[in-house]
Design a binder for this molecule. Structure first.
Ligand code: 5AD
Ligand code: SF4
Length: 458
């Protein structure tokens, strides 16, 4: 954690699970806590306040959090003053269970209620159970400057919207994070500019569905008429801060990503050639049950469009194996779609029924676990092959790499990313560089997950 400042009255420890949005929220929480006398610590055993920012997306994520809570509970036995709080998506889902039934925690705070944390801590300190899981239609934390936790000082996440209105039938997010709302564009650009001036060289604009970003500045034009900022407009604004600030974004919904967005990427070299475009299934019938609102053909046409406007674009996806009623043929449709799209990377899951979702209410979770695992295994094997093929295809090519730090395997190598979001490592002895530098690297070898290269001298 970045801020271990002895000037604070008390110490907090925060652990984050799940998506990038949750990690980004923890940085907002850190900022609110810093303003209220709490400094961060990396060691939960010395913390006055232990927070878990939780994820509900699959059952396994919830189980992991539960086992962490039991560990914190044990520490609390020898330090009774310590407060334990659950934040994020599980707070929304399981507040009664955590507080009343299991008495696992002292505080439960939902994703739209972080401004009320100081008051809730006060309540919890007096022995009351402190809860706020109200969802909001407006909260975007626009004015709060996140405190960067665990940052490499080069790349940062910037939240641009919250919530989701899509109602994919498998997904708990619309219930745990509430309605979609976009953050004020002026504050987003200010935050990105500030990061750039502090030495950051990459921002990732975050939202559950960034392509539906929509913000209206009232009286923004000189004649006091309104200005509308769409996602393409926002990308343009952030990319214009400086050509040496890389811009990424996540996540896109295939139904909402527009040609305008693709052309905006094409116009700006510093908007990265990489799109994460969750497909979820390759079968039109399953896509309909999932309420994804596109067909297989429509998705494939979107891939063609991306490839024609951005020929060098990296692509990744999310895919679910074993959704309700999925047949072997539906599953094969997912495999053939993956082959067609030639994804560089995928996040692959088997279906996990979430209470309260449309699918849980409407459909039977009828694919046996064994079949789910077998299908997932086939998907993973295929993706491993596609990733290796994609990486092999890069051997001999040269990419501009932004250095993020030491390679995981060896401090003798730098690690960075290409515009296409591939991890590239190369020997430090190739030149004198530092974190945050751009370097041209020629790829000489690869694994399925990494490109191995040599820096070209200027
Ligand atoms: N079961 C399995 N995977 C899920 N995801 C969302 N909900 C579920 C679920 N109930 C996956 C989707 C989504 C990603 C963030 O998590 O693929 O895009
Ligand atoms: Fe969930 Fe679908 Fe919204 Fe993504 S777009 S958060 S999968 S409802």
């Amino acid at each position: 954690m970045a801020v271990e400042n002895p000037g604070y009255r008390k110490k907090f420890y925060i652990e984050s699970y799940g998506c990038a949005m949750n990690f980004s929220d923890s940085e907002i929480v850190a900022s609110i806590l810093n303003d209220n006398g709490f400094g961060a610590t990396r060691n939960f055993e010395e913390a006055d306040l232990v927070l878990l920012n939780t994820c509900s997306i699959r059952e396994k994520a919830e189980q992991t959090v539960r086992s962490r809570l039991h560990i914190f509970r044990q520490v609390k036995q020898s330090r009774p003053g310590m407060l334990i709080g659950v934040l994020g998506c599980m707070a929304e889902r399981l507040k009664e269970k955590f507080l009343e039934e299991e008495r696992l925690v002292d505080m439960v705070v939902g994703p739209d209620a972080y401004r009320t944390l100081p008051g809730l801590i006060g309540e919890a300190e007096t022995g009351q159970k402190a809860v706020n899981v109200l969802l909001s239609r407006e909260e975007t934390y626009a004015d709060i400057s996140p405190v960067r936790l665990d940052s490499n000082g080069v790349a940062a996440f910037v939240s641009i919207m919250r919530g989701c209105n899509n109602m994919c039938s498998f997904c708990v997010v619309p219930f745990t994070r509430g309605r979609e709302r976009s953050r004020d564009a002026v504050s987003i650009v200010r935050e990105c500019r500030d990061l750039f001036h502090r030495g950051y060289r990459e921002v990732t604009l975050l939202g559950q569905n960034v392509d539906s970003y929509y913000w209206m500045e009232e009286g923004g034009l000189p004649d006091a008429s309104d200005t509308v900022v769409t996602f393409a407009g926002l990308l343009e604004k952030v990319a214009s801060i400086d050509p040496s600030l890389r811009v990424r974004f996540s996540t896109s919904h295939p139904k909402d990503i527009t040609d305008e967005v693709l052309y905006t990427i094409a116009r700006h070299e510093n908007i990265c050639r990489y799109i994460h475009l969750p497909v979820q299934s390759g079968s039109t019938r399953i896509l309909q049950l999932m309420n994804r609102t596109y067909t297989r053909e429509w998705y494939l046409a979107k891939i063609d469009r991306i490839r024609s406007i951005l020929p060098d674009c990296g692509l990744s996806t999310d895919i679910i194996a074993g959704f309700c009623s999925e047949t072997d043929e539906d599953h094969r449709d997912s495999l053939t779609l993956m082959e067609y799209a030639r994804y560089d990377m995928s996040y692959m899951f088997f279906y996990s029924e979430r209470p309260g979702t449309l699918a849980a209410r409407r459909y039977r979770d009828d694919i046996p676990e064994e079949a789910k695992r077998k299908r997932l295994d086939e998907i993973v094997k295929l993706q491993n092959r596609l990733s290796l093929e994609s990486n092999r295809g890069d051997i001999g090519k040269t990419f501009e790499i932004l250095i993020e730090g030491d390679s995981k395997k060896s401090a003798a190598d730098w690690k960075g990313r290409s515009s296409q979001n591939k991890v590239v490592v190369f020997p430090k002895t190739d030149g004198s560089y530092q974190k945050g530098d751009y370097v041209r690297v020629k790829v000489v070898d690869c694994t399925g997950a990494t490109l191995i290269g040599r820096a070209l001298l200027h």
